[in-house]
Design a binder for this molecule. Structure first.
Ligand code: NAD
Length: 330
């Protein structure tokens, strides 16, 4: 198969080349898929995409015209892919359903610990030889209540970690995970009750119509004023403007985020010489109680190996006319 890998990052190339085992011909490009770059797919059988690629109606129709039959995602989430249109157009799409829920849950924990214990502020002071520890007070996680929104693969690992910290755990999900109830004292409650009772909320739902702006002004108004919200899911699960307002009004205490609603075209790039004209992003960056990372929760050796291996497993299946269990359907 002739494969075009869009949005190639330096950190993943080595893992992809290794997983391919010289079976297919791969072309790596740094550009993301967009209406402007879709022409680059001409002449290939397969394209490989990430969350920063735009596989919406605008590009899917062109891809079909160019004879692309397969899209192999190098990620779990597929909110950026119009699956139903791809399916109607005869383009099969497969994802990497699980590559390391530990990578994401451990990162969510790192964000929580760093923001709660003010590690970044402390380190910034120390870099200035300021060893004062005023205003660095956090709180013990032991005996606090953490609300896990989305108790699938990542939410389940987060539950296990937080159970180890001695937290009381509340869960909200459309599907109940009995294993978490039996082994980690998870109590499933309504989203309203979860927001009212939690000291920390960690988000692990996919972005879809029912989760877009799930955390909005209405739910923020129900939260405790000392709450920390951690978002490693997708930026738009939170209404960012509402959260900024709540932070400014001291309605909530802090926000740790690995994902941002308008991250497309910004994250993964060095824009230090070309600062984006995004007032919301500038506001988030300026706030001392916001810890923002550029979507790298997945960046562990184990996760990158699994992503690369599943990406090529999906492509190998297709090349042998076998269906992959990772195929996405409407
Ligand atoms: P998963 O499918 O195992 O779990 C998602 C859970 O959300 C499921 O239990 C599902 O029932 C629940 N859910 C779906 N819609 C819901 C709704 N409307 N209300 C309540 N619950 C709902 O997925 P996962 O592997 O745990 O990943 C979760 C998300 O994390 C992914 O969809 C992706 O967006 C994000 N993610 C981020 C990174 C990163 O690098 N930051 C990496 C991987 C995944």
């Amino acid at each position: 198969m002739n494969i075009l890998v869009y949005s190639t990052r330096n950190f993943e190339k080595h893992y992809l080349i290794k997983a391919n085992k010289s079976k297919h011909s791969i072309t790596f490009i740094k550009e993301s898929l967009s209406p402007e770059t879709v022409d680059k797919a001409k002449g290939y059988d397969v394209i490989s995409l990430t969350p920063s690629d735009d596989a919406s109606e605008l590009t899917i129709e062109k891809l079909k015209e160019y004879g692309i039959n397969y899209i192999s995602l190098r990620c779990t989430g597929y909110d950026n892919v119009n699956i139903s249109l791809a399916s109607i157009s005869g383009i099969q799409v497969a994802n990497v359903p699980a590559y390391s829920p530990y990578a994401i849950a451990e990162f969510a924990t790192s964000l929580l610990l760093a923001i709660n214990r003010k590690l970044i502020i402390s380190n910034e002071r120390i870099n200035q030889y300021n060893f004062n520890i005023d205003k660095l007070t956090g709180f013990d996680l032991n005996n606090k209540t953490i609300g896990i929104i989305g108790t699938g693969k990542i939410g389940a690992v987060m539950t296990k970690i937080m159970n180890g910290f001695g937290c009381n755990i509340l869960g909200y999900d459309v599907n109940i995970n009995q294993h978490l109830i039996d082994n980690f004292n998870m109590e499933y409650v309504s989203i309203k009750e979860l927001c009212e009772k939690s000291d920390v909320i960690s988000l692990h739902v996919p972005l879809n119509q029912s989760t877009k702006h799930l955390i909005d002004e209405k739910l923020l108004n129900k939260m405790k004023s000392n709450i920390i919200i951690i978002n490693t899911a997708r930026g738009a699960v939170i209404n960012t403007k509402d959260v900024i307002k709540a932070l400014e009004n001291n309605q909530i205490a802090a926000l740790g985020m690995d994902v941002y609603e308008n991250e497309d075209g910004v994250f993964f790039k060095d824009l230090s010489d070309n600062i984006p004209n995004d007032e919301i992003l500038k506001k988030l960056i300026s706030m001392p109680n916001v810890l923002l990372c550029s979507h790298h929760a997945f960046l562990t050796e184990e996760a990158l190996t699994n992503i690369a291996e599943t990406t090529f497993y999906n492509i190998d299946c297709w090349s042998k006319n076998k269906e992959t269990e990772n195929q996405l359907t409407i």
